[in-house]
Write a protein that binds this ligand. Structure first.
Ligand code: NAD
Length: 737
């Protein structure tokens, strides 16, 4: 028989080598067609007497990325539509559908012939679950070989037997950790956990897998053997009694029960390990059916998988412009940001010229990369040779002539219009026509800065976030005259350094900082109202934000907030900033010298390590405090989410952000907006625009005009629209980028 996605070759020992290689994809994924073919292959192996066993591997450099979530996205949309009409009918149909992979993998492991999975590269989700159903598992030794059950990161969980097989192969604590965090396992780690049997040199992978079969690998899984015992003890055992009472508490501590999929994993393991294996699979299937119908799964798959992938592939790239192959990039300003930009550029294998005012400053910029490389080598995340190769790509200098031949120059000098003008002119004197000049400014409009340029159509904003090596988002800012070529080059660059771009039109604060400002200013209002600071910080984290607003303000620096306040008032007038906020920030900076983490004194105190930072005790003395029991936790939560979401909605209304995918991804990657919502606009769509508008009206009646819903929101509420439906035409979800 021949298949579209697999080839089968049976050797003289009767071992069938099944190679998964999908012609139309760069990575193998489970589609309905793949499942059908695999089903037929299992039958073929089972029924062909000449076949003694099977090895399954991939014909690509990776093994497989798991289920095709892009396909799932359309399933989700159907679920949402049909649920409204017939909720129980949807559950039943879904229950049968989600059992498909579970049933197939169970059939494979009970077919009576040994199967070995030969894992040659990245093996994720459903593909690792399939491997776990094989009787033997060998992984190639290599730093690109990774295994994981990462479903929880997109709001779902391993629903094809993963929650039942993993804790029957390894201890429950490691199993829970692996599945509730979605962590990647190296071959060594997977072997130490008992999740794979062997590690082989890449060129011996298939041979090692076949040898397991020749050596008489039993075609029976441990849990199908009589007398099977759980590794690390049963649930109701002394070991279980030590582990389980803390499990829910730990999960709450980490994610405040915001992620239904993580809770479902715990339930599947806890309940499934107390019953026979097949009943455990059924329990998993039930919870999976339930999770697929949650708004969290729908929103997270859409934003964190589908949209993220589309943006990374260049969804916003103008058509018809040749892709840039970067031969040299210039970075001017080797300070905090410039040094980070040089590092991520060199890490992508691109030569960098790093310019500053004097050689010492330029060398200091390169030293940042030396420190990062040394740390990575120490942690064995990078080999010494790779580290040296990276550093050899960075040339620190004061000589603008070295920019000759650069495809792109990014300036990250002081936030000063005059200095930026000098630097732009000096660089452009050397640059060839067609090369692009970018500014990393965080506050100065790009259109104004482009006036310093002789070629404003080749001038663009490329706005990084700090720390540059960790933050995955980059805002690309279009000035009024920025041309398609400059946008394409900026997008190509962000793709080359493996970060995610969002494209934003020019405005004060662009997109991310506008939203972040709202998060922090809402916290100022709460402080002024006398809400205890610890409640402000903890409730913010309970909503799903990674860092409390006061801690975040300390990181950004409180004196920077003061500067922003003053600049905003200078440009837009007194009414542009709430005077109570100005007074609070001035008191912090001018009266108490509290500048933030940088001077060890902000909303928090930063004692010497190992002591941890803690809220500044005198902060509560600045305003009369409310009784904590009088503070509504839900109201505080709503205020944080709504004020940010409203700002995101305003940026859409003003045409600053034009694609809801970018608003959502920007909010999650830029400042960690409660990821379970799918992002700031998905939060509104998820609630329903009408419900959001009502909530904002209600908040405005107690907390001020800034909560008043905008005209666009009111119109959308009246028409029953969502952001994705209204603005999604050019940004269709699941649409090929
Ligand atoms: P920084 O003070 O750490 O670095 C600025 C560097 O520019 C210094 O090394 C300085 O010597 C150099 N410089 C000044 N004048 C120069 C000149 N004429 N020629 C060459 N080099 C010169 O500042 P930073 O925090 O890295 O900020 C740089 C830019 O990035 C600013 O526009 C800022 O708004 C923006 N930005 C900063 C952040 C942040 O978190 N710090 C985030 C995003 C964007």
């Amino acid at each position: 028989m021949s298949y579209k996605n697999f080839t089968i070759e049976t050797d003289s020992d009767g071992i069938a080598l099944i190679t998964w290689d999908m012609a139309d994809k760069t990575m193998n994924v489970f589609t309905l067609e793949v499942l059908d073919e695999l089903d037929a292959i299992v039958d073929q192996v089972t029924n062909d007497e000449a076949v003694k066993g099977a090895v399954i591997t991939s014909g690509k450099s990776t093994f497989s990325g798991g289920a095709d979530l892009t396909m799932m996205n359309s399933v989700f949309e159907r679920i949402q539509e049909e649920r409204a009409k017939d909720p129980s009918g949807v559950s039943k149909a879904l229950f049968d559908q989600v059992g498909r992979m579970t049933g197939l993998f169970r059939k494979l492991e009970t077919c009576g012939k040994p199967w070995v999975s030969a894992i040659n590269g990245v093996c994720m989700g459903g593909a690792f679950e399939m491997s776990l159903a094989c009787h033997g598992r060998v992984a190639a030794d290599g730093k690109d070989v990774k295994m994981a059950l990462p479903e929880v990161k997109v709001g779902i969980f391993p629903g094809a037997g993963g929650t039942q097989r993993v804790p029957r192969l390894t201890n429950q604590q490691d199993a829970l950790m692996m599945m509730t965090t979605g962590q990647n396992l190296s071959p060594k780690k997977a072997k130490s956990l008992g999740l794979i049997h062997e590690i082989a040199e890449p060129d011996k992978l298939i041979e090692t897998a076949k040898q397991m079969i020749r050596d008489g690998l039993k075609p029976v899984q441990p849990w199908d053997e009589k007398g099977f015992k759980l590794p690390g003890g049963a649930i109701w055992s002394p070991q279980g009694a030590q582990l389980w009472p803390a499990v829910s508490a730990n999960l709450r501590k980490q994610s405040y029960a915001n992620y239904p999929a993580a809770i479902a994993i715990i339930k599947c393991v806890y309940e499934g390990l107390q019953v026979p294996f097949d009943t455990g699979l059924r329990i998993e299937q039930r919870y999976f059916t339930e999770i697929l119908q949650t708004p969290e799964a729908y929103a997270m798959v859409r934003s964190l998988f589908v949209s993220l992938q589309e943006l990374n592939k260049g969804a916003r790239r103008p058509a018809g412009i040749e892709k840039t192959k970067f031969s040299k990039i210039g970075v001017v300003g080797a300070g905090f940001m410039g040094a980070g930009i040089a590092f991520v550029t060199a890490k992508a294998g691109i030569p960098v010229v790093l310019i500053d005012r004097d050689q010492n400053a330029a060398d200091k910029g390169k030293a940042h990369s030396q420190d990062l490389v040394a740390a990575a080598v120490k942690k064995r995340r990078m080999s010494e040779e790779d580290g040296e190769a990276l550093l050899s790509l960075i040339t620190p200098t004061t000589d603008y002539a070295a920019l000759d031949g650069a495809d792109l120059v990014i300036e990250a000098v002081f936030e000063d219009r005059g200095i930026k003008k000098t630097v732009t002119e000096a660089a452009e004197a050397v640059l060839a026509p067609g090369s692009v000049f970018a500014s990393n400014t965080s506050t100065l409009p790009i259109t104004g800065l482009a006036e310093n340029s002789r070629r404003p159509d080749d001038f663009v904003g490329i706005h990084f976030f700090s720390p540059v090596d960790k933050m995955m988002l980059v805002e690309i800012i279009l000035g009024e005259k920025t041309g398609d070529k400059a946008l394409a080059v900026a997008l190509d660059y962000v793709q080359a350094i493996k970060k995610t771009p969002i494209v934003v039109n020019d405005t004060r604060g662009f997109y991310v900082n506008r939203c972040v400002m709202r998060y922090m200013t809402e916290a100022y209002s709460m402080l002024i109202e006398g809400i205890p600071p610890a409640m402000i910080e903890n409730i913010a984290k309970m909503t799903g934000m990674p860092v409390g607003p006061l801690a975040l303000n300390d990181e950004v620096a409180i004196d920077l907030s003061q500067k922003v306040n003053r600049a905003t008032i200078a440009d837009l007038g007194e009414g542009a900033v709430d005077p109570r906020h100005v007074e609070l920030i001035d008191t912090m900076v001018d009266t108490h010298g509290r500048l933030g983490r940088k001077n060890g004194k902000g909303f928090y105190d930063y004692p010497a390590k190992p002591a941890k930072k803690h809220l500044w005790p005198e902060l509560k003395d600045l305003y009369p405090q409310q009784d904590p029991d009088d503070v509504s936790v839900d109201e505080v939560k709503r205020r944080f989410l709504a004020t940010i979401a409203l700002e995101a909605a305003r940026t859409m209304e003003e045409g600053i952000v034009t694609d809801p995918r970018e608003a959502d991804i920007g909010s999650i990657l830029g400042f960690g907006f409660a990821p379970y919502t799918g992002g700031a606009l998905s939060y509104i769509d998820g609630l329903g625009v009408k419900a959001f508008v009502d909530m904002c009206d209600d908040l405005a009646s107690r907390h001020g005009e800034h909560f008043k819903p905008t005209p666009l929101l009111k119109e959308m509420a009246a028409n029953g629209e969502t952001f994705y439906a209204r603005f999604g035409a050019g940004a269709g979800i699941g649409q090929a980028a």
